[in-house]
Design a protein around this ligand. Sequence first.
Ligand SMILES: C[S@@+](CC[C@H](N)C(=O)[O-])C[C@H]1O[C@@H](n2cnc3c(N)ncnc32)[C@H](O)[C@@H]1O
Length: 119
Amino acid sequence: MIDLGLMKEMNSGKQMTDVWHLPAIARWEKSCQKHPTQKPLSLLTRIILASTKEGDWVLDPFAGSSTTGIAANLFGRRYLGIEQEVEFLEISKARKMEIENTETAIAYKEKILKTLNNP
Ligand SMILES: C[S@@+](CC[C@H](N)C(=O)[O-])C[C@H]1O[C@@H](n2cnc3c(N)ncnc32)[C@H](O)[C@@H]1O
């Protein structure tokens, strides 16, 4: 179920519309190489925060570079991704290892939340 109250809160107290304006992927999001159709972490974070609770599982059967997984793990959700291309699995693994570093994870969360608060 979507948490409409949280979405409103994330949108400066205004009802979230169905057209979202978020910046394109930042340079730091490509630190482990980039998937050709990689999505911005801010986009996936907004979706995950609005539709899941901490500790929930998120399943992504078309993982690519696992942007969904990185957003999920950064914000306390568990993640299972499926991807057919080894090249993209390697990017996913590198991204996961990157956020195992607590300082990196905190820095990434701050950047994402800053983007979501000031898109
Ligand atoms: C649109 S991309 C996902 C991009 C991802 N959201 C990101 O930010 O990196 C879709 C991915 O699904 C994978 N894919 C397509 N068909 C698949 C299948 N049948 N099983 C597993 N992976 C598949 C493709 O290789 C591709 O990497």
